[in-house]
Structure formats: C-alpha cells, structure tokens
Design a protein around this ligand. Sequence first.
Ligand SMILES: Nc1ncnc2c1ncn2[C@@H]1O[C@H](COP(=O)(O)OP(=O)(O)OP(=O)(O)O)[C@@H](O)[C@H]1O
Ligand SMILES: [Mg+2]
Length: 452
Amino acid sequence: MSAAVTATVSAVCATVAVVITILMIRGCRRWRWKVYKKFMAKISDEVNRRNRELEACAAVNDVVIEIGPVEKFLHEILNEKPMRFSSEQLASCTGDYSTELGSGGFGVVYKGELPNGLPVAVKVLKVSMNKKVQEGFMAEIGTIGRTYHVHLVRLYGFCFDPNTKALVYEYLENGSLEKYLYRDGEGAGEGGRKERLEWRTLHSIAIGTAKGIRYLHEECQQRIVHYDIKPANILLTADFTPKVADFGLARLGERENPHMSSLTGGGRGTPGYAAPELWMALPTTEKCDVYSFGMVLFEILGRRRNYDAQLEDESREWFPKWVWDKYEQGNMESIVSAAAGVGEADREKAETMCKVALWCVQFQPSARPTMSSVVRMLEGEMAIVPPVNPFHYVSGGGSSSSWALSSGTGTGTFTSSSRDTGWDNKVSAASTPRKPTDEMVKGVKSTEPVTT
Ligand SMILES: Nc1ncnc2c1ncn2[C@@H]1O[C@H](COP(=O)(O)OP(=O)(O)OP(=O)(O)O)[C@@H](O)[C@H]1O
Ligand SMILES: [Mg+2]
C-alpha cells in the first residue's frame, strides 16, 4: 500500500517538475524573443539615424557647392580648415596688392578684403623653399590654421600656386605694438599713426601676449616654439587686445631677413631679442621665446628700444643691463621713474614687470621661468624670488670690445651653477658656444666683421 502511495506521489512530483520546466523554457524563450526584438529595433533606429545624418551632410555639401565661395569660406572656417586661395583670388581681394601694411623677413604684407567684407592681411612669402620644405608646407599650414586662441592671430587661409605662396590672416586694426612703443616714432609705419598708450594698457598687452605664448608652449595640441617674439610680431585689435603673429613660420623655410646676422642658424630670431642659445649654436627649446618675451618686457617698461645709441648717458644705452645695475643697487625708484607714465597705483606692477623681465632673460634656459609662471607672476598670483644677474656671461657694459664671456667655468658653456634657480630641471647640453657680440645681444647694427 505504502509503496503504491509513494509511487503515485513520485509520479505527481515528476509531472509537476516537468510542467514547471516546460513553462520555464517557454518563459525564457518569450523573454529571449522580447530582448531580441528590442535589440533589433535599437539597431534599426541607429541605422536610420545615421542614414538621416548622411543625407543631411550630403545636402549641406550640395548647398555649399551651389552657393559659392563666400559661404564655402565660412563653411571651411567653421570646419576649422584654412581655406586655399588661388593667386587670382588673392590679387582680386587685395585690389592687385595696392595697400601695403608693412614688410619683414618673410615678405610683404598687404591689406585685403574677402568677398563677404571680412578684412584680411595677406603675407606674400618670399622664402626660399626647398623641395622638403614645400612638402611640409601643407602640414605646417594645417597646424597653424588649427591653432586658435584669443591672443593669437588667426590664419584664415593660404595660397600655394607655383608662383605665389601666401598666408591670409585676420586683419588687426591697430597694427603692431612696435609703432606705439618707441619715442623716436621708428616703426610707426602706415602713415606714422601713433598714439600714446596708457601704462595699464601696456601692462595688459604684456599679460595677453604672455598668455598667447603660453598657449603655444603648453596648451595647444602640437607644441609650437615661435622663435621670433618681438614687438613687431605682437599685433593689436581695435581695442588693443594683443595677438601674437607669425607663430609656426620658423619651420616654413629660411627667410630673407635683413636684420639677421649670418651667425644664427636657420635665420631664426631677431638680434636683440634672440636668446643666446640661438646665436651661439646651442640646442634650443621653448625657453628661447621666454628670453625674447623678457626683452619685450624691458621695452614695454622703458617705452624705448632696448638699445639706443642716441642717449647721452652711455650707461643707459642698453636698457636691460642698466635695469639690472639699478636693481642690484636696490634702486627700484630709478627704474620705476624710467618707466614713463607709471602712476603710484601701478608702481608694484612695474616692479613686478621688471623682476619678471630679469628672470626671463637669464643666460641659462633652465633658469628662465615657463610661460605659465610668467603669466602667474605678472598677474600677481605667484611670489617672485629676487632675480639673479642675467648678464654674468658678459663683462663690462660699454663698447663691443669689453663684451667677453665670463661665465662660471670661464669657457662660456652652459653649466648648472649656484645661479641655477630651478624653474625646471632641464639643463641645456654643454657645448662650445660662439662668442656673444653686441650685434646679437643688443641688436646693435654693426658694420664690423663678426668673429666667432
Ligand atoms: N594680420 C595683420 N594685421 C594688420 N597688420 C599686419 C598684420 N600682419 C602684419 N601686419 C603689418 O605688417 C608689418 C610687417 O609684418 P611682417 O610680419 O612681415 O614683418 P615683421 O613682423 O616686422 O618681421 P618678421 O618677418 O620678422 O615677422 C607688421 O609690422 C604690421 O604692421
Ligand atoms: Mg611679423
């Protein structure tokens, strides 16, 4: 009896288990089907969305092709591509190159206007391009054209026709800082227009310029060393916002630079602003821009050319050395009074600018601050360690003959010395540098033959 009951219970249990298993399998199948349907719906939505996007893009391209060059230009600008111009288009937008804005080592700059009324500056390049440089031209244009910052001059396009190589830049109404800086009016250019800028404006021009260079060195995708920071390459908008010009040009080939001594490699830099490592044939880094920026700061501070042979007081001939001498004597008063137009409220800023300039022009690249430190110091966000003598590598301060190497080792090689202040740990490789000359250090135009 009990065996029969047990058998019956077992059979019922088995049946229930089978039924439950069947139900579970069915449930799973239904759930799987649901998930599959959902997944397929998602895929088909995505495919439809992509198709719609592609159709929209094709429609936009059709429109751009149909509606002509102005819109095409704007479209390319929005797509962050420098536009390619033909030589005929350039001749037409510059009125056959009728208005010259100035000229430099790379060629002549003309004023122009695009068909939509946008003013431009067209720099017609006179550089000698070997085949290798020609190949790199497009890549370089791509980099320059994609480098945007509020303190950098924007490249809109270029021309790469067999007979015309040109760069098309945004036009800056107030031209270069050079024409506002010097008392002698040299560099005033364009009708000699020159108004006196307030010290505060100059101070913010210095900070804006430093931010532009900081972007090139530290923030943009591909790090760019300018190699030719100087007032002529700091352009000003209608409201005197500074923008750094001509970045990336150093790699476009050797320029015909009338100011350049044959001493410098690759025709980079301008005497008086170029860092010692540039003209002493030593390895270079972005710190050579820091040096040049320091030289610009001295010129802003003194509102004068750093080298001025017209001055009666010979000790003032080369301003940076004079500033160092006064600073060393603790005579900040003289420096601030030499900085024309500095009011009582701006005294501290002028002193800061002086110390930052002295740090920037240190002989050793590793002793110079980075541009982000320069910005922070100028903005008063970073304490400044008292500067050390930047001119220890030269002795005397007067005539060319008294300028001789006198670095720590007596050979003029870059060495990490007690003067190394540790802004960073990169110390340039030692090498046998060329002898500094007045021409390169101070930017003196010399007729004497250069000895190395
Ligand atoms: N984008 C621009 N907008 C307005 N004026 C400009 C522009 N670019 C250049 N200029 C003017 O043309 C002048 C010559 O510029 P260019 O860059 O050819 O020479 P430079 O800066 O004196 O020397 P370098 O060849 O060493 O850069 C400038 O000083 C400036 O007055
Ligand atoms: Mg220039």
